[in-house]
Structure formats: structure tokens, C-alpha cells
Ligand binder design. Sequence first.
Ligand code: MG
Length: 340
Amino acid sequence: MKRIKVNTQTPYEVIVGEGAVNHLAPFVMDAFSNAANIAIVADSNVEPLYADKIERLLTPSAKRIERISFKAGEKSKTIETYALLLSALASFRFSRKDIIIALGGGVTGDLAGFAASSYMRGIDFIQIPTSLLAMVDSSVGGKTGVNLDEGKNLAGAFHQPRAVFCDTSFLKTLPEIWRIDAMGEVLKYAVLADPKLFSRLENAPTAEINEDEIARCISIKRDIVETDEKESGERKLLNLGHTYAHAIEKESDFSISHGCAVATGIALASQKAFSLGLLSKTDLNRIISLVEKIGYKSASPFDENSLLKSMLIDKKAENGEIDFVLPTGIGKCTVKRIKL
Ligand code: MG
């Protein structure tokens, strides 16, 4: 079991390992005595699989436990689902002392976290990521939010969880497709900051990601988030591949998953870095070949113009310019403002 401390304004711990959820009830007891009502938020795939188990674990340390479920999928990450969550909390008569548990993948964490950030001007929430993507990336760092018709994550808030429990036993039932999806973010951490992890992926591109490697990705993210909690500088690095990815996801009407789009986005960002003379041909080839070896496309399925159109309404665009994260080597990246 690994414990990673995140020193944001309200510090918290990420517990990684098999059986991590067994630390949940003692944590809740310790942090809230048994005075809190708890709402478990899970989507229609995760709820039938794991909500009973989590509810059973929590029963001795909660005043009352409620459940909120919504239809699985990125298409549920909307203002409408967010409003449903808030209404459910109100109908349960939850107070400011009560807590939300986000049980699931990235969509659940973003929605439940955003509801927690704004219900009664903010209540506590705990992340229990059940997908590899949520474990290595989205459950840590405090970004929450929903998509608008105009683009991804256009409404949201920074709201750090009180704790994150990454239980690797959830991954045993993970369909292969979601494992592949998560590799886009794992690759991101390797290209950003970890040449060793990059080489390990080159040597075994389809091997399972183990506890140490999950903890490594979280630690890289933690280091960056700690220096820049609200993304005014350093944290922009975490957007490697994402400017392209958000445009690809949107153009595909979300039929291309986030992780796949991120991997393709990393290849495109590397091409751009090479064309600007920031990245060597050797490193460009290594990145592109790893993207392909993991099973992703290294070229965009959409033409440059349609991607550009989507990028212009990306929330990070300002006056037709956008900050691109560009690799300058394996394990090194820089941020460069580019006119679209
Ligand atoms: Mg991402």
C-alpha cells in the first residue's frame, strides 16, 4: 500500500494498493466521527458492481447513506446531470456537514466533485476511482466540472477531495478497452517527466500497469499540482496532448474516448514540437512509435481546419492564441503560446 500526500490548500492523502477501500471507513470515522450523511454517486455501470460493497463498508461510520446513479458515459457529463445531483442532495436534506463519495471513473469524479464544490457553497467529497484512467489522473488534483454543447469542461470548479482511495482490485474486472483508454494518460506522465517509465512502456507496451506505476503517475501529478493548484503556470504541463484531444473528442461527438484522443494528441504535439525545432527526430520517432505500439493512432482522423475550429473555443484559447504543451525530449516538456 502506498500513501501519497498532496499538499494543496487543504492537504489530503491518496492511498494506492489492493484493498485500499478498507481504509475508507476508518478515515470517515476519524474525519467526520459518525455524524455525516453520505451520498454515494456512481454511474449505471459501476453502481450495480460496487455500490453495495462500499455501502456495507461505510455503514458503521455513517449517519445515513444515500445513493445517486446516472447513465454511464461522457454524454452524461452535462449541466442537466449536475442539476439532478444537486436536487437529489437537497431532497435528501443534506447539510454542509454531509459528504459525497464519487465512486467510478473520470466522468463520475468530475460530476460528483462539481456537485460537491457548489452544493450549499461546497461540501466535502471523497474519490474512489474504479478505472485506471481515474486512478492515474483525474481523481487527483481537484479539477471538477461538466461539458457544455460548446466544448469540454467549460463549466467547473477547483475543489480538492478530502481523500482518494485507489483500490487496484477494481482493475481486475476492468474491460480491456478501458485499460487501453487509460494508457493515454500514463503515456502523458512518461513523456512529461519520466524517461524510465517511458522505456518500460517501450519494452512492454501492453503489459499491465502495476501499483508502483500508478503511484508514480500520481506523484508526478502531485508535484505539479502542488506548485500551481489553480493552473496559472506549471500546471498547464498536465495538458500535454489535451488541446488536440479535446478537439478530436468533440469532432468525433465523443465516439473517440478521452485516453485515445490524448495519445493521438501527444503524437500531434510532438510533431508540432519537431516542426518548431524543439524536439529531435529520434525522440519524435520514439514517441510516435510508442503511441502506435500501445494501440493508438498517431495521426488525427480529422483535418487540421476542423480541429482548429474546435481549439478556438477551447476554454484555454485567448484572442486566437493557445498554450500548447510541447515535448522537448523524453521526460521533458515546455509550454509555448501559439497563434491558431
Ligand atoms: Mg485528461
